[in-house]
Design a protein around this ligand. Structure first.
Ligand code: SF4
Length: 270
């Protein structure tokens, strides 16, 4: 893993995702190395074309100072941390960029005019519950299985599934607006009903299908064959039919939303 400290010129970047005005990515690259990650396209734009995703991280050391200046003049809006990295990946323990960003929002007279949404796969987020509460931020963790064995195979360097669920429940109990991101739902592996049941007390959830772009399938097919040989056939059939995969996911999410009274904000298609 090559870790490089760099300086950045901007922090709040316009975000193409519906309902989100800005994204903040404190790091370029991600140590979590999830096998289904589709943020690897970032390699092209950041001078990392020849490297493997998960093998490099650029640390944008001055990002909190840049943000503090931007908050003076940028139009308030909704902000997502993070769109193409995990803002609580292990390096955050040392560099504390995400913590600095949250403190910059809290210190700015305009900071509370922005609506913050955090999404992570790391229990490190609990370190910042205090400032997240102060900012009225929405705190989300991605979960696609209740089994640590599965999360370890799919997302090898993220917190185990059981840890993420513990943190979600703690966040909710501490009064934070809390959501789970059920994604990607892997046919044959993800028990969506069990996830809804386990997390029915949260404020809302997202449900997401797997991105079936070729670079993702090139990693997922060998992984599925090796780790989940019995489920591979069912999974692979739906990968070849993304429309059917999405429609069945949408139907199931609607059914479970009613059954558990847990709001589904969106079923995300790729
Ligand atoms: S945590 Fe997100 S950005 Fe990081 S590797 Fe996993 S999917 Fe990609």
């Amino acid at each position: 893993m090559e870790v490089k400290e760099i300086e950045c010129k901007s922090c709040l970047t316009p975000c193409g995702i519906e309902g989100i005005d800005y994204a903040i990515n404190p790091y370029i690259g991600c140590q979590h190395s999830c096998n289904y990650c589709y943020a690897d396209f970032m390699k092209r734009f950041t001078g990392h074309s020849g490297e493997d995703w998960g093998q490099f991280v650029d640390v944008r050391t001055n990002i909190a100072e840049v943000l503090a200046k931007e908050l003076e003049k940028k139009k308030p809006g909704s902000v997502w941390l993070s769109s193409v990295t995990d803002c609580y990946q292990p390096l955050e323990r040392k560099f504390q960029l995400t913590k600095g960003i949250l403190e910059a929002f809290a210190a700015s007279k305009n900071g509370r005019k922005f609506e913050l949404q955090i999404l992570t796969k790391s229990s490190l987020v609990e370190r910042d519950f205090g400032v997240l509460k102060e900012l009225n931020a929405e705190v989300g963790l991605t979960v696609n299985t209740l089994q640590d064995k599965c999360s370890k195979a799919i997302e090898p360097f993220a917190s185990p599934a059981s840890e993420r669920i513990r943190v979600l429940k703690k966040a909710k109990k501490s009064g934070l607006k809390t959501y789970a991101f059920f994604g990607p739902v892997l046919p044959g592996i993800t028990d969506l009903e069990a996830l809804f049941s386990e997390m029915q007390d949260l404020d809302f959830v997202f449900v997401e299908m797997l991105n079936t772009k070729p670079t993702v399938l090139a990693r997922m097919i060998p992984l599925m064959k090796k780790e989940f040989p019995e489920e591979f056939r069912q999974w692979n059939e739906l990968m070849g039919n993304p429309e059917q995969y999405y429609e069945s996911l949408k139907k199931e999410a609607t059914r479970l939303e009613k059954q558990f009274g847990l709001k589904v904000k969106a079923v995300i298609k790729h």
